[in-house]
Design a protein around this ligand. Structure first.
Ligand code: GLP
Length: 262
């Protein structure tokens, strides 16, 4: 696990964008796992800029989004479909046929979830998964006590997540769907590489529990300690509760030249 602490969310996101651009340049038909929420917004802006200014080419890239609210139509501004097209897909040259987002309007959740899993497998698997983290340590919508072996499935949100996501629904908790489809923790862990982004003091507890706490289903993101290629790109406020933050900075400052592209 590599923990990279940046001054602010913008510089951490710039690093993430450079990392993704490098993956796409090395493997133009790579498979990316994507996240929503406020955290990846600057990253997506940077990728759009890189596409427009530097010709970063998404034409062969395939994407799989982590999750979607059940009951929201793709054209609903609160849906993750809408979010992804608004903030990224409509601004880059991705082929819409290569975009995969869980179907929040499916009338058969189990069949859809099995199909989604199969499609990820048939694509060759996810080369790089982008993650954010919930204040309760969730990844995707895998709430505390989600099985580490879980696959794409329906989940019921916690009150904490409903309250924290109400800001996207006019601060009206009653408008936040209580059910979602999410990739499972097992699905996420199958990705070859994982980039976790976490910004702001509200994430400090979840970040510390994930990186330095015991591996426990109570903190879903703590399973990332068991992944071979995971990087946490976090800002100073999100790093506030880490015991070893000086060590992580020490390590980063001493990265060998050939590995310093971040
Ligand atoms: C939602 C998403 C997660 C995201 C989390 C954090 O619950 N399902 O994928 O990481 O929110 O959101 P934010 O980035 O807005 O803090």
């Amino acid at each position: 696990m590599e923990v990279i602490i940046s001054q602010d969310a913008k510089s951490a996101s710039d690093k993430a964008a450079r990392y993704i651009a490098d993956v796409i340049t090395r493997k133009p038909d790579c498979v990316l796992g994507l996240a929503t929420g406020s955290t990846p917004l600057h990253l997506y802006n940077r990728l759009v800029q890189m596409h427009k200014n530097d010709g970063l080419d998404f034409s062969k890239v395939t994407t799989f989004n982590l999750d979607e609210y059940l009951g929201l139509k793709p054209e609903d501004p609160q849906s993750y479909h809408y979010f992804m097209f608004e903030n990224l897909f409509s601004k880059i040259n991705i082929d819409p046929r290569n975009v995969n987002i869980p179907d929040g309007m499916t009338d058969n959740v189990m069949t859809f979830c099995n199909y989604y899993e199969r499609k990820i497998r048939e694509s060759g698997g996810i080369d790089l998964q982008i993650l954010g983290i919930g204040t309760d340590g969730h990844i995707g919508f895998n709430e505390p006590t989600s099985s580490f072996a879980s696959r794409t499935r329906i989940k019921t949100l916690t009150r904490e997540t409903i309250q924290s996501n109400a800001r996207f629904f006019g601060n009206d908790e009653s408008k936040v769907p209580q059910h979602v489809i999410t990739m499972g923790i097992g699905t996420v862990m199958d990705a070859a590489n994982i980039l976790m982004l976490a910004f702001g003091k509200d994430k400090a507890n979840a970040v510390a529990a994930s990186i330095e706490g015991p591996v426990s289903a109570f903190t879903p993101a703590s399973i990332l300690q068991m992944h071979r290629h995971v990087k946490f790109l976090i800002d100073e406020p999100a790093a506030a509760n880490l015991k070893l933050s000086d060590y992580y900075k020490w390590v980063y400052d001493r990265k060998p030249e050939w590995n310093r592209w971040l």
